[in-house]
Write a protein that binds this ligand. Structure first.
Ligand code: ADP
Ligand code: MG
Length: 551
């Protein structure tokens, strides 16, 4: 196979390793199915079968991915967002993926920082804590103090991860091609495209300057906000490999046991977190896409600080309008709007509208006795994605990210306040978006945009007219007509004119013959001949009209 030959020789040993690991976890059948190997994995499979006989396939994949290392762990985390493809069992397993990476050696940290800063360490830092406060597959975070006394958190990208990631991505691409060619039912999920998408998002996550830009944007949006804080960024010390930001001394939500907070505080925090994310999603169209409790700091006053902007979602204004329409459709149990939005979202082949309509109706009927405040977002998303799966429809990337964010958000909020009514909380934000859209400023802004486009074309109008008139003057004005149709048209006119002429001639013959016949002395023979001719003509006209009517 061409791809096999394209796969560099240097990747073969890694490929063998991947095969062995997959087989060890009882996935030899999968390896054989994609024709990676026909032999040599049996023994491993037997061994696997003995101790993993009762383990589910999703769990086997999870364990294999963990053993396969950072790229596969990240891949699993990305797959855990594909609620439109995998059911809950798979998602839960993928979510549990933990990267088991050793921290960067303390002695290396200083060297790394100096290399990436391009100047001696002491010019910038007074001190850096050698124990990481956070460590993951791509970066690790240290508490430090700048020379001016500010306490900061320094995120350092792991050294030497790039070559492994690149090799793994090449292999993944190869595997995706094999899966697509050997497992036909996988094609509608476009595995090759999925790997490409994954490679792009990984490239963004491994470049800390992307996170820096996102943070700056959120910082500007939330400047002066009464309860949302975004850590201040030290852009002068940050780059692709380093991200220096204000150290947040509050408590991470994941380290705060819910029982330790007063009920009122919990409710307030739940409301505020929901409000913040809904505002980002529905109003700003730019949102934190990983709002789990390890990325949210809280304080006694109910202040919230968001960190970790490696994963950020964008929603176009059209998309936001669709989401708002969907929320409204849910509120009013409006089957048609819901169906319309869902078929708009479908990627690839168009769904069968009748079947889709029936499923949407059934879903809405299931909600009939559930008041809006008791409706869970995850339930709705689950139902929607299930319908989409049944119809073989996949979701576009931005929505996949949004759905995953909403599910994470609901988990966090419900843990804080079990009685939180999240969809109810969306209502005022939706109303505000509507109000803003109808506001004179918005209309003025939109009209200005339209006017600008119009003015631009008006601006070009004299020039275009001038070009046109010159062409006409030079006799170069060409109009492209569809001659096939024109010829047909001319032919029809021709036929109609002939019939009309014949009609007039026939009428003239009848009148003329009648005059001749009425004169007693006239030649009766000519009159008779005239009648005969008129009669034949009439027959021809009737026949020709009857024939044209048949075409
Ligand atoms: N500005 C900060 N102030 C205090 N602690 C931080 C800060 N940024 C990160 N951390 C700590 O480092 C951990 C990992 O940082 P994060 O940005 O979430 O990276 P990752 O992408 O690896 O999850 C966080 O869970 C938190 O404990
Ligand atoms: Mg994090």
């Amino acid at each position: 196979m061409m791809i096999t030959t394209l796969l560099a020789m240097r990747d073969f040993s890694r490929m063998r390793e991947i095969m062995t690991i997959l087989s060890k976890h009882g996935l030899g059948e999968f390896v054989q199915r994609i024709k990676l190997s026909h032999k040599g994995v049996r023994g491993a499979d037997d061994e696997a079968a003995s101790n993993q006989r009762y383990m589910s396939t999703p769990r086997r994949f999870r364990l294999a991915f963990e053993e396969l290392g950072p790229t596969f762990v990240k891949l699993g985390q990305v797959l855990s967002t594909r609620v439109d493809i995998f059911d809950a069992e798979w998602i839960e397993e993928f979510e549990q993926l933990q990267s088991d990476v050793a921290p960067i050696a303390t002695a290396d940290i200083r060297v790394l920082i100096e290399t990436h800063l391009g100047r001696p360490y002491h010019e910038v830092f007074k001190h850096i804590d050698p124990h990481p406060i956070g460590s993951a597959s791509i970066a690790q975070v240290h508490r430090a103090q700048l020379v001016d006394g500010d306490i900061v958190a320094v995120k350092i990208k792991r050294p030497d991860i790039e070559p492994t990631i690149q090799a793994d991505l090449r292999i993944l691409n190869h595997l995706a091609h094999l899966i697509e060619s050997e497992i036909p039912e996988s094609r509608r999920y476009q595995p090759v495209q999925m790997v490409q998408y994954f490679a792009r998002s990984l490239a963004k996550e491994t470049d800390l300057s992307v996170e820096l830009r996102y943070m700056q944007r959120f910082e500007a949006t939330f400047a002066g906000h009464p309860f949302v804080h975004i850590p201040k960024i030290y852009a002068e010390y940050s780059n692709r490999y380093l991200l220096v930001q204000e150290y947040i001394g509050d408590k991470l939500l994941k380290n705060v046991p819910s029982e330790s907070l007063a009920a009122d505080t919990r409710r307030m925090l739940a409301n505020r977190i929901t409000d913040t994310l809904f505002t980002m999603i529905l109003q700003q169209g730019f949102f934190h896409a990983d709002p789990h409790p390890g990325n949210i700091f809280i304080n006694e006053e109910g202040g919230i600080t968001l960190i970790d902007f490696g994963l950020v979602g964008h929603l176009s204004s059209t998309r936001r309008r669709e989401i708002i329409d969907l929320i409204n459709a849910l509120t009013h149990r409006d089957q048609f709007t819901m169906q319309y939005v869902l078929s708009n979202w479908a990627q690839g082949e168009l769904p069968d509208e009748n079947l889709l309509g029936a499923d949407v109706l059934e879903m809405l009927l299931n909600y009939e006795h559930t008041p809006m405040r008791d409706l869970r977002i995850s339930q709705v998303i689950n139902d929607i994605t299930q319908i989409m799966r049944q119809h073989g429809l996949t979701l576009p990337g931005d929505l996949v990210m949004l759905f995953k964010t909403l599910i994470t958000l609901e988990g966090v909020v419900k843990k804080l306040d079990g009685s939180a009514e999240m969809l109810e909380q969306a209502k005022p934000i939706v109303a505000e978006v509507f109000k803003a859209r109808a506001s004179p400023e918005h209309i003025l802004r939109k009209s200005k945009m339209h006017a600008q486009t119009l003015l631009q074309s008006l601006d070009e109008l004299p020039q275009n007219l001038f070009r046109l008139s010159r062409r006409i003057q030079k006799g170069q004005f060409v109009v492209n007509l569809d001659f096939k149709r024109t010829e047909q048209f001319i032919h029809q006119i021709d036929k109609a004119t002939n019939r009309l002429t014949m009609g007039i001639v026939t009428a003239a013959l009848i009148i003329g013959s009648s005059i001749v016949m009425s004169i007693d002395t006239g030649p009766k023979f000519i009159g008779f001949l005239g009648y005969l001719l008129a009669f034949t003509n009439s027959l021809w006209i009737i026949w020709s009209i009857w024939r044209s009517g048949k075409h």
